[in-house]
Design a protein around this ligand. Structure first.
Ligand SMILES: Nc1ncnc2c1ncn2[C@@H]1O[C@H](COP(=O)(O)OP(=O)(O)OP(=O)(O)O)[C@@H](O)[C@H]1O
Ligand SMILES: [Mg+2]
Length: 318
């Protein structure tokens, strides 16, 4: 079966400079294969080339070199366009329309008519949590609400492949949870989702695989379980009711003891610290255990290491 999304040596140069424009390579030789039904995270720091890649896939830009295919067909193929959805990085809509009018317009562009339009519009608005605001003009919408309208628009045609550029940007925690759930729902019905993000915990919660791009080059890709060892790095113990004597004892045993609000302390223990024994020993002295959590490798640690290795800080200077 053909991959849902495929790029080969995809490269984009922008001419930069007015009098003597020089090519600036925003994307360098990207070769990727994303299988049908995958939720794929495309991660990278600012200016890495994420939006450029998405725009190349959407044919909002044209490649300097290389090719891209969606659902086995070249990008831009009309039969493919009907089956994809796209949320741009900063979606802009004609803001004198209401959410309902805008989405009806998009539904009609896809060829839906009559009651089908009304049903689809209601469904995507409800899924986006905008059911109550359907008759408000978009100019009265907040940034996060517009982002949700953008996602609703991307889903109006029940796409088989969905491209999302920073879908969580501008969303409050509830909005993020909703988008996460929506993406999980899409995955359950077999939709392929390709999304760029800075929010690594979202990528961790949603993705089967990720790629990390830095300065236009892919520096890592693969399954999260392969990329992250998930090895135990230590324990985070939060305690209350700590006397000076107990605090001194903890400081001897821990890598670090940090005071928190409300008289609590965060105790950073090494992986071999045996926290249950420690708590048993200290329990008799009135100490109260608030929480105990294992600390494991996260995508954030990996990301920071990879990005730092790919883009070393300039040496010298201040
Ligand atoms: N039209 C353009 N002309 C010149 N340079 C451009 C153009 N569009 C993007 N670039 C440059 O290409 C690089 C990649 O930009 P891109 O928008 O793809 O980054 P990004 O990974 O999406 O970043 P962010 O996380 O900030 O959204 C940047 O250095 C940017 O300045
Ligand atoms: Mg971007």
């Amino acid at each position: 079966m053909a991959a849902a999304i495929e790029t080969e040596h995809l490269t984009k140069d922008f001419p930069v400079g007015f009098w003597r424009p020089r090519p600036y390579r925003a994307l360098d030789d990207l070769t990727l294969q994303i299988e049908a039904g995958e939720v794929f995270g495309f991660l990278g720091p600012n200016g890495a080339g994420k939006s450029t890649t998405l725009k190349l896939l959407m044919q909002l830009l044209f490649a300097t070199r290389g090719t891209a295919r969606i659902l086995g067909r070249p990008v831009g193929d009309v039969s493919v366009r009907r089956r994809i959805g796209f949320l741009a990085e900063n979606p802009y809509f004609y803001d004198y329309l209401t959410a309902e009018e805008l989405l009806s317009y998009f539904a009609k562009l896809f060829g839906y008519r009559g009651a089908d339009v009304t049903t689809r519009v209601s469904r995507v608005l409800d899924d986006a949590g905008l059911g109550a605001e359907r008759r408000k003009r978009l100019r009265q919408f907040s940034k996060g609400m517009l982002q949700r309208v953008g996602l609703a628009q991307a889903l109006i045609n029940d796409p088989d492949v969905l491209f999302l550029d920073e879908p969580m940007s501008g969303l409050d925690p509830l909005g993020r949870r909703r988008v996460r759930d929506q993406i999980l729902g899409l995955r359950a019905r077999g939709c392929t989702v390709f999304f760029s993000s800075h929010i690594l915990s979202d990528a961790e919660a949603l993705c089967s695989r990720v790629a990390i791009v830095v300065r236009g080059r892919m520096v890592a890709s693969g399954k999260l379980t392969d990329i992250l060892s998930f090895g135990l790095k230590g324990w985070e113990l939060v305690v209350a009711n700590v006397t000076d004597e107990v605090r001194a004892e903890l400081e001897k045993r821990a890598r670090q003891v940090t005071p928190l609000a409300h008289g609590r302390f965060m105790v950073d223990l090494s992986p071999d610290a045996d926290p249950p024994r420690l708590m048993h020993e200290l329990g008799g002295r009135g100490i109260e255990v608030v929480s105990l959590n294992p600390v494991r490798d996260t995508l954030e640690d990996y990301f920071v290491q990879t990005v730092a290795a790919a883009a070393p800080r300039p040496t010298g200077g201040v």
